[in-house]
Design a protein around this ligand. Structure first.
Ligand SMILES: [Ca+2]
Ligand SMILES: [Ca+2]
Length: 381
């Protein structure tokens, strides 16, 4: 589907949803009042669709501006200096030579301090135009941007772990299968003069870089909500055929991922030398999983439930999913959730939350608004 079609569908749905939204009403809230999200940062129009997060060894924070809602500001990356708390544009992103666009999403930092980003060209062209890009950094400043992995559909979360770059692929687009996967590229294979070329998705199970494949079960959202006659396969719901989205590791090296289209939450156990067990289903409690991160102090995985406008936690020892916070439709100006998409621990007790505010049909968040925000929850309180 073309980007124009995706956004036309979003706008069409928004127009319908706005009619049923009562202006001025306070949004409903659910969760421990001590864990009510607070406003961390509000951005201007230049960063209108925030997405991925990463932190370097010095504690500086990077944030990608995919800018799908207002692409007149091309995709780029911000940085918050740890010492001052000041945010500024860190680097533009290279436009794709064919699509002339840049869509930075997931971020990761390698041990040398270089920054990687998923360039999700799927929004412009779904025919393997996406790349993983590396911003080479010297003395804290960006030097050049080079592709290191190519022939990708929709790369999403990135993580550096155990001497390799890992990323999720949200779409395979193999007919009738709704598959997605996880890829691992060892550091030695990440070469600017010879980017890794993934295999076509029809051959993903033989791709040496593909370490896991999961399937998305299409949820019948229309019937469940009584809102629409749309079938789960309706082209306007293409986004809900997406699979692996967020990804992170726990202290034992287990790899967790959650799927966007059905919210299912999976674990892959390490088996040595970069190999993993088959994905094992842990939970089907949330309906649409975007970003996830590991909370080491509490040995749990935090998840964003994008459709439900909520943050959940998976307790690893108890194998239990619990709600941290959810709230109704809001623009997020007071720090409440506005379609959370990414989470990252900024210290032992605080989780930073990105509110992407770029709704798909059936989400609690009904419309992209003028307020572009990050929220924070402090678990020490
Ligand atoms: Ca907002
Ligand atoms: Ca909104």
């Amino acid at each position: 589907m073309s980007r124009k079609t995706v956004y036309r569908n979003i706008l069409l749905f928004t127009a319908i949803a706005t009619i049923s939204c009562t202006a001025g009403e306070k949004p409903w809230v659910k969760g421990d009042p001590n864990h009510r999200p607070k406003l961390f940062k509000q951005f201007g129009e230049i960063l209108n669709t925030p997405d991925g997060l990463a932190k370097d060894t010095e504690g500086n924070i990077y944030l990608s501006a995919v800018n799908g809602v207002d692409s007149s500001y091309s995709g780029h990356i911000w940085r918050m200096e740890k010492a001052t708390g000041k945010w500024s544009v860190f680097s533009p992103c290279r436009r794709h030579p064919e699509t002339k666009a840049a869509y930075p999403m997931g971020l990761a930092v390698d041990p040398e301090g270089n920054l990687y980003y998923a360039d999700a060209q799927y929004f412009a062209d779904n025919d393997y135009k996406s790349r993983i890009m590396r911003i080479v950094i010297h003395n804290g400043e960006p030097q050049r941007i080079e592709p290191v992995v190519e022939h990708i559909k929709l790369p999403n979360a990135l993580r550096w772990h155990d001497g390799a770059l890992y990323f999720t692929e949200s779409f395979f687009n193999v007919p009738e299968k709704y598959q997605s996967g996880i890829y691992r590229i060892a550091a030695s294979a990440l070469k600017a003069d010879k980017p890794v070329q993934l295999l076509d998705k029809a051959h993903a199970s033989h791709d040496p870089y593909c370490i896991g494949i999961v399937e998305t079960a299409l949820r019948d959202r229309g019937a469940a909500n009584g809102k629409s006659e749309l079938k789960p396969t309706d082209p306007s719901l293409h986004i809900y055929t997406a699979g692996c989205d967020g990804m992170d590791f726990d202290r034992d090296g287990n790899l967790y991922t959650g799927s966007f289209g059905d919210g299912r939450f999976w674990v892959l156990h390490p088996q040595g030398k970069g190999h993993y067990s088959k994905p094992q289903l842990l939970s089907e409690e949330i309906t649409c999983c975007d970003g996830i991160c590991y909370d080491a102090k509490r040995h749990r995985i935090l998840l964003t439930a994008a459709e439900q406008n909520a943050i959940y936690a998976w307790n690893i020892a108890d194998k239990r999913m619990e709600l941290i916070w959810a709230n109704g439709d809001t623009n997020g100006a007071d720090g409440l959730l506005d379609q959370p998409c990414e989470v990252m621990m900024i210290d032992a007790d605080r989780v930073l939350i990105v509110n992407i505010d770029a709704p798909s049909p059936f989400m609690v968040n009904t419309q992209p608004d003028e307020v572009h925000t990050l929220s924070v929850i402090d678990f020490s309180e």
